[in-house]
Design a protein around this ligand. Structure first.
Ligand code: SAH
Ligand code: MG
Length: 216
């Protein structure tokens, strides 16, 4: 019998997948793989959760940290209204190029700005430029950077907005790791006076997690 997490994930996709353009999302993953990108995108059911969260919160401006091939970015951008905006940050030029091409493929490129470079620097610039506040931030880049991204995101997301973190039940936290990027991120989220949070277990090839925080 397959792992329980795999069974759960495939059940969710089987029952809900037809409500979404899964052929498009599969094409995006295929294109990312063909471009040599690693298979570390969010899962389809996480994408469905992102879709629901964007629409529930009425988000119009979303900040993503870690674009990879634009898979999660397409889930986010396609849930935005026509005048919405996704700003997504990516270090690796090859990943940024694949993301742009996938945003074009998905017909959402007019809503997306890809900023290439180290996310901490891009975030620093967005803060210095006093850009219009974001309604949502999705942190999904290098794990040692997460705590810093959290503090920078707090300067860019409006009161009442949402900060999401991916992979928050992996990278050793369930095995007792206290010092890794995710362990530190979860503690920082839990202790921050402006944040109220939940961690949702996510079923993929293994169990992982997804944190959701509202900014007070
Ligand atoms: N959100 C994507 C997956 C992102 S994978 C999805 O689910 O589809 C993590 C990405 O973060 C990789 O593309 C990696 O190149 C990028 N990354 C790593 N370090 C970074 C940094 N310092 N600044 C910006 N991006 C970084
Ligand atoms: Mg991730």
């Amino acid at each position: 019998m397959a792992e329980l997490s795999v069974q759960i994930d495939s059940y969710i996709n089987g029952v809900l997948g037809h409500r979404y353009d899964m052929a498009l999302y599969d094409e995006i993953l295929t294109a990312a793989q063909a471009a040599g990108l690693p298979p570390i995108s969010i899962s389809a059911s996480q994408g469905q959760l992102l879709h629901i969260l964007v629409r529930l919160t009425g988000a119009r401006r979303i900040l993503e940290i870690g674009s990879l091939g634009g898979y999660s970015g397409t889930w986010l951008a396609s849930a935005l209204p026509d005048d919405g905006k996704l700003v997504t940050l990516e270090l690796d030029p090859k990943h940024a190029a694949a993301a742009k091409s996938n945003f074009k493929r998905a017909g959402v490129y007019d809503k997306v700005t890809v900023i290439e470079g180290p996310a901490s620097e891009s975030l620093h610039r967005l803060i210095a430029d006093d850009v219009e506040p974001f309604d949502m931030a999705f942190i999904d880049a290098d794990k040692p950077g997460y705590v810093g991204y959290l503090h920078q995101a707090l300067q860019l997301v409006r009161k009442g907005g949402v900060i999401l973190g991916d992979n928050t039940l992996s990278h050793g936290v369930l095995e007792g790791d206290q010092d890794g990027g995710i362990a530190k991120f979860n503690k920082a989220v839990a202790q921050h006076p402006r944040l109220m949070s939940a961690i949702i277990p996510v079923m993929k090839d293994k169990v992982d997690g997804f944190s959701i925080s509202i900014v007070n």
